[in-house]
Design a protein around this ligand. Sequence first.
Ligand code: GUN
Length: 298
Amino acid sequence: MTTAKRIDGKAKAAELAQSITVETAALLAEHGIKPGLAVVIIGEDPASQVYVRNKKRTAESCGFHSVQHTLEADVLQADVLTLIDDLNADKSIHGILVQLPLPGHLDEQRITQAIDPSKDVDGFHFINIGKLTAGLTDDAFVPCTPAGCMLMIQDEMGSDLSGKNAVVIGRSNIVGKPMASLLLQANATVTITHSRTKNLARVVAGADIVVAAVGRPEMVKRDWVKPGAVVIDVGINRVEKTVDGEKKMGLTGDVDYNDVSSVASAITPVPGGVGPMTITMLMANTLRSARLAAGLEG
Ligand code: GUN
C-alpha cells in the first residue's frame, strides 16, 4: 500500500504570497501604486465572515490597500449597486469582491454583473467567464479556487495535461465549470459530473485527475480512484468529529482523505489544501489588476 504525497497548499500559498509581497513593494517604490482590494460582505453568515477576515488579513500582509464594507442582511439592492458603482469609480481600488452567498432578497446575478470586469478579481463577470471559456486565459480574471487548483495540478503533472483524463465532480459557476475550462485549456480530456450523473464512481475511476467540489463530506472513496491519480479536494464541510473522545465541530473535505491516500499519488488535505491557495490567487488577481490599470501589463 502506498501513501499519497500530501500537497501542502498552505506552504505553497505562503510562498506565492511572499513573491506577491515583493512585487507589491516594487510597484509602490517604482510607480507609486498600491493594489487596492475592496471586499463587500452582506449579512452574518459565519463561514463568510471567516473567509472575509482571512482575505483582509492576507491583503494587508501583502502590502495592499484593503477595505471592507459590511452591510446589514436587509440592505436594499439599490444600495448595494450604488456601493459597487462607487467602487468601480474609485481609482484606489483595483479589485472588488462581493462575498457569496447573498441574503435571499438580493439578485446575485445583478450584483456580480455590476462589477467593472476590469476590477472583477473573482472572475464572475460574464466578460471574464466568456474569455476563459474561449481559451483567452491570459486575458481573463480566472476564478480564484479553480486557478489555485490548477497551479497545484500543474505542479504535480506539468503544464501540459495532454492525454490525461480529468473528472470534475460538481458543476458550479464558481468552481466546476471554470475548472473544466482551465483543464481543457491545458489539453486534458475533461468530464464534468454532478448529482444527476449515473455511475459516478465508475466515471471517476477513469480519471488521472479528480477535482471534487460537491459539498458532500468524504463522498469520494478509495475504490472510486484510479491508482496514481492526483486528487484535489475543494470541499469544506463542517462536521462533528470525535477528537480524543470529545465531540467537536471540524472541517472535512469531499474526499475521504485517509482512505484515498492509500491509492492516489498526490492529494490535497482539508484544511490546508485548496483554501489557502484560493486566497492567494485573489491577491495575484488584484496585483495583476493594479498593474493592468497602470498600463504595466498588456
Ligand atoms: N463564496 C465562496 N467562495 C467564494 C468566492 O470564491 N468568491 C466569492 N465572492 N464568494 C465566495
